[in-house]
Design a protein around this ligand. Sequence first.
Ligand SMILES: Nc1ncnc2c1ncn2[C@@H]1O[C@H](COP(=O)(O)OP(=O)(O)O)[C@@H](O)[C@H]1O
Ligand SMILES: Nc1ccn([C@H]2C[C@H](O)[C@@H](COP(=O)(O)OP(=O)(O)O)O2)c(=O)n1
Length: 224
Amino acid sequence: MPTLKPVITIDGPSASGKGTVAALVAQQLGLHYLDSGALYRLTALYALREGVSWEDEQNVARLAAQLPASFHDDKAWLGEADVSAAIRAEDIGMGASKVAALPAVRAALLTRQRDFLVPPGLVADGRDMGSVVFPRAELKVFLTASAEVRAERRYKQLIAKGESANLVQIQQDISDRDARDAARAVAPLRQEPDAHLLDTSDLTIEQAVGQVLSWFDKARGTGH
Ligand SMILES: Nc1ncnc2c1ncn2[C@@H]1O[C@H](COP(=O)(O)OP(=O)(O)O)[C@@H](O)[C@H]1O
Ligand SMILES: Nc1ccn([C@H]2C[C@H](O)[C@@H](COP(=O)(O)OP(=O)(O)O)O2)c(=O)n1
């Protein structure tokens, strides 16, 4: 019998298309969506605003535990402030990657992420959705693309938002972030043995979404 609260996890490196694909899959299936990276980004921004260093594990974890964050009206909020644009800045992405390497910070955000799983189910994207946060997910996807394609995608995304962007700098940031996210001791970025590999380098968004939906159909059909 299919569960009443199915979970699809989509993990992978920066700018591979996780958020785009996860949000569309959630929309098509009528499921909730968790952008777990946004919680790490909100934590990094909150620390910056509170004058706490991204390396100060105890104090960043304290802030993460009491993070006054919410998601509504298609926006991310820190208290009463709309910080949707602020958390997408590249330096906050780097800060998120730094605070995410601290075990106490990850522990402080764990329950908060699991609380997103309510009927009719959830699509969650991040780095450790399938390995740590929702290890019993019906479908686990490891979504990736070549480093070159990812840097180009992030570059185009920033230009489309009217921000200045430097492709060489973005390539460097992506490679630094890949290295940090994969090398950390807790919940490193890696493909789980039970995750389906989806390389989107040569796929359109529609093709990537279609592949996830088809795997999900199969997983439900066989009761996995
Ligand atoms: N095949 C594809 N699958 C997913 N995203 C794609 C694809 N092709 C281009 N993109 C674009 O890549 C950019 C980065 O996607 P995003 O969802 O922000 O990645 P992530 O959440 O992994 O950082 C977006 O602008 C998205 O529209
Ligand atoms: N589940 C997660 C989600 C994000 N992180 C960390 C690692 C990432 O570098 C930062 C930012 O994540 P986010 O998914 O927003 O970043 P990208 O959009 O992929 O560039 O947070 C994590 O450690 N675990």
